[in-house]
Design a binder for this molecule. Sequence first.
Ligand SMILES: Nc1ncnc2c1ncn2[C@@H]1O[C@H](COP(=O)(O)OP(=O)(O)OP(=O)(O)O)[C@@H](O)[C@H]1O
Length: 352
Amino acid sequence: MLSQEEVKELLHSVNDPFLHRTLEETGGVKEVNIKEEKKHVSVKIGIGKTNTAEQMQLQQEIVGILKKNGASTVGLRFEQLPDEVIREYQPAAEEEKEKSLLGGGKHPNFIAVSSGKGGVGKSTVTVNLAMSLMRLGKKVGIIDADIYGFSVPDMMGVEERPAVRGEKIIPVERFGVKVISMGFFVEDNSPIIWRGPMLGKMLNSFFKEVEWGDLDYLLLDLPPGTGDIAMDVHEMLPTCKEIIVSTPHPTAAFVAARAGQMAIKTEHEILGVVENMAYFESKKTGEKEYVFGKGGGKKLAEVLKTQVLGHLPLQQPYEEEDEFAPSVYQQDHPLGKEYHKIAAKVVAKVEE
Ligand SMILES: Nc1ncnc2c1ncn2[C@@H]1O[C@H](COP(=O)(O)OP(=O)(O)OP(=O)(O)O)[C@@H](O)[C@H]1O
């Protein structure tokens, strides 16, 4: 029959599924008790996160090992490891998880742009923030994952489809920013209900099968709201940071707060709030009119314990034609300047 020491020895090489360290390293083998006559082994195991599917798998693995080595019955209890142990190993574990998603290589800063509801300018902000980051010398990619409307290609004037080289998809490049949109791969008329369950899988292949090259920033235009999709992203990209877009109306801010609470719950850092359609500036008098109310962004930032990154004015419909797509603001355009400030704040926060 197994001795206490032998049981410990056997379990020491088992991996904690969250911390990606052996139970020996984490000190996860907490207690071992043996009842010789009944060949019963009971163990208490500490892991990074309890009550998950991974715990179930680990349970089977441990029972299997102990039975193979002579135990007739196994009693198994799990507990969460102390916070300081989790804190020590978790950041590295998260990075490893994301690295494996992107197949090694340098790993970009992920920023999810989200909003409580549709139509507040989330895609507009994503595209222009990407452009401003690029102008700051960063290598930038966008994943357009808003299944309710893939607006990024249109906003950037992308007409071509991505090329495929060998096993890899090559993102479309526009104004120096790499773009992949769910819309490239979905039939125009396929119902949203069908797109929903596909999203997780699609996102996964966007990371694994797209040749992003070396990126500094990968922005994700997420569907509005706090649904499963946002949850998927949070699970898949634990280091992903978040920007919340809202309008200045206090009710809109309230809705957006729920999207933000989700980020807080999953321990994602919120970089800040962008208040869009904040005011209308009269060209004649320069006077500002607060068409959609005032103060929503500030209130939202307070609730989410973060800062307001910028206030973007309401724009009149596009007038002049030039090399840029209608929703992409040039560097010297007043909105281009505002986005530049927002991008600079983002870089400062992310790379501090
Ligand atoms: N500051 C602004 N002034 C005027 N129009 C704007 C402004 N910001 C965005 N819009 C317009 O509002 C519409 C919705 O913007 P956008 O698609 O960026 O929002 P969204 O939140 O991503 O919406 P959806 O979730 O529906 O994709 C677009 O037609 C866009 O051009």
